[in-house]
Design a protein around this ligand. Structure first.
Ligand code: SAM
Length: 232
């Protein structure tokens, strides 16, 4: 039976305040991890670096307001603030934002441009030049995605950048193979999303895709897209 939106969110929040926090803090850190986790760490870093490269290339990062929805431990928020953006990081997990603050707090020039709040993206308000949401949609089934993306669009004056695990035949087979070897579940369920559906949701909200790329290592797959608000 499908879970309600509220139940689904509670599961995700509890996970990222407990075992998920320990797992992802390590992956998004620089300490020793196993081979698979190292691969995921490197793949995720490529996503972060790609976003930084795009935004720095635009040449208007200093002073730009950016909402980093589902900011995790601040892997993107912190370097964005370092580059001069005014960053509003938020995450459904209190533990994640506490860790993000801990990682930023000793760098005065950075922390002045950063704020972290424990809040799920659905309840965020206000307007930001840019709204970013990396590797969060993987935790939610397709039926919850239109509302989540539409809300992110409403927060964005100019653009939304997001990443998701693409639903492709090859990845579906890989996932099926993984499911043949159950073992103790280390993560929450991972949901892949069809790119066409995501592009359609953006289009319905008056946004068009500007830049996009695919990031893939052995165990990390992420489609990164930038959608710009149409001007008329
Ligand atoms: N965006 C960060 C990054 O790329 O470094 C973290 C990615 S991590 C895989 C997913 C994060 O999304 C977790 O920190 C989790 O707590 C957060 N999250 C999950 N559902 C959320 C929601 N509904 N609103 C805000 N954050 C959420």
């Amino acid at each position: 039976k499908p879970m309600s939106v509220a139940d689904e969110k509670t599961v995700v929040r509890d996970y990222f305040n407990s075992t998920g926090f320990d797992r992802w803090r390590r992956i998004y850190g620089d300490g020793q991890v196993n081979k698979v986790q190292l691969d995921i760490r490197q793949g995720h870093q490529q996503t972060v670096d790609q976003v930084l490269e795009w935004l720095k290339a635009d040449g208007n990062l200093p002073g730009l307001s950016i909402c980093d929805a589902g900011c995790g431990v601040g892997s993107l928020s912190i370097p964005l603030a370092e580059a001069g953006a005014i960053v509003y990081g938020s995450d459904i997990s209190e533990k994640m934002v506490a860790e993000a603050y801990y990682r930023a707090k000793d760098r005065l020039n950075v922390i002045q441009k950063l704020s972290f709040t424990a809040q799920d993206l659905e309840t965020l308000q206000g307007r930001y030049h840019t709204v970013i949401c990396l590797d969060v949609l993987i935790h939610y089934p397709q039926d919850q995605i239109p509302e989540m993306i539409s809300h992110l669009c409403a927060l964005a004056e100019s653009r939304v950048i997001l990443s998701f695990a693409p639903k492709t035949l090859a990845l579906t087979i890989l996932k099926k193979v993984g499911e043949l070897f159950p073992g103790p579940s280390k993560t929450t369920r991972a949901y892949q999303h069809k790119e066409a559906n995501i592009v359609k949701i953006f289009s319905d909200n008056g946004f068009s895709i500007q830049r996009q790329t695919m990031i893939g290592t052995s165990f990390y797959y992420s489609r990164l897209i930038e959608a710009i608000r149409n001007t008329d």
